[in-house]
Design a protein around this ligand. Sequence first.
Ligand code: DSN
Length: 425
Amino acid sequence: MADALVFSLLDKELKRQREGIELIASENFTSLEVMKAMGSVATNKYAEGYPGKRYYGGCEVVDEIETLAIERLKQAFKASWANVQPHSGAQANTAVFLACLKPGDKILGLDLSMGGHLTHGSPANFSGKTYQAFFYGVDKETGLVNYEQLEQIARTEKPKMIICGASAYSRDWDYKRIRSVADEIGALVLADIAHPAGLIAAGVLNDPFDHCHIVTSTTHKTLRGPRGGVIMMRNDFDNPYGIKDPKGNIRSMSSLLDLAVFPGMQGGPLEHVIAAKAVAFGEILDPSFKTYQLDVQQNAQTMAAAFVAKGYHLISGGTVNHLMLIDLRNKNITGKKAQETLDRAHITLNKNAVPFDDKSPFVTSGIRIGVPAITTRGLKAEHMGTVVEMIDTVLMNADDEQVVTNVRNEVKSFMLQFPLYPELG
Ligand code: DSN
């Protein structure tokens, strides 16, 4: 018997997704097959351990599913090892820290207020509470990662781990340069590619794997899979600094990472999500995935140029990936008000601190815009001008509810041209 209340809410959410313009840079629309695998019987199975080494009986089928997910992911990124069990990107990062660091060890990551991520050492997060965190930022003029500052802090503080990766950074990374200073001071390099993972898998952005010891990602952003995390390595770097397991033995980096995920910080893996990851990783291997990522990049660049033409200030002047960060200070509207007003027009994005922001993280001076979801809906470069026009109309008339309502109606009829899950009725 259907739970009328929950399923009517899910219908409402489908309608919201169909009728709105989804611009949250970390969201996407999975295939129906990904969703089907996630809503499957695999949710019923306990499988603590790893394929072939489980603590429960009856794991022969989920062993095959998890092995398939691992093998497809390795193929997609030309990795030599992968763990597909982390429940999220935050869990993946936690496992890496647990495997490689001791409480109190120093880490160095991109400042949250400059586009970094909570799990890269923010004082509000376990990473900042457990480890001694230092931060590099971006250059005030160019908006690009300040590699000189990164190197200077690395040489002075000698962190055990340098983290590269961001949640709101529209440029590529110089992984080689980061590895070079890491080697100088004996640090490991972690690349958290949660945001640009799809573009990296498609070969559209720099490849971190030959330079970074460990790579983590989420699976639901540009990778377009179910919500979840993964950890990968291209080469098992063979534990260059002799890190020991909880029993005091020096082991391979891959086995340290496996042990950190389970039993270190998670219990039973979500085999239904792992099944959905396997489907998504299969989709990465299809040539259409590269076309999609090229469309993402093209849409982002076209949209960025349209904003610049309207006098918007983009951090770093533009984008090479799937997102852009806009400083709204010259437009006299805060990030908070922009997000809330656009929400009423069914244009969904998030307020975001901009580098050197003078407003609190609850207000912010900026907005972050990403195109992975609308690109999945089928929007192409020629549609970006329309989207920018609608956003600009709302932001320039934020106190005029009639204008906002008019745009909401336009958004609905515009997006109905791009059907979402027509099979769901
Ligand atoms: N919440 C994710 C994002 O929006 O970028 C990061 O964890």
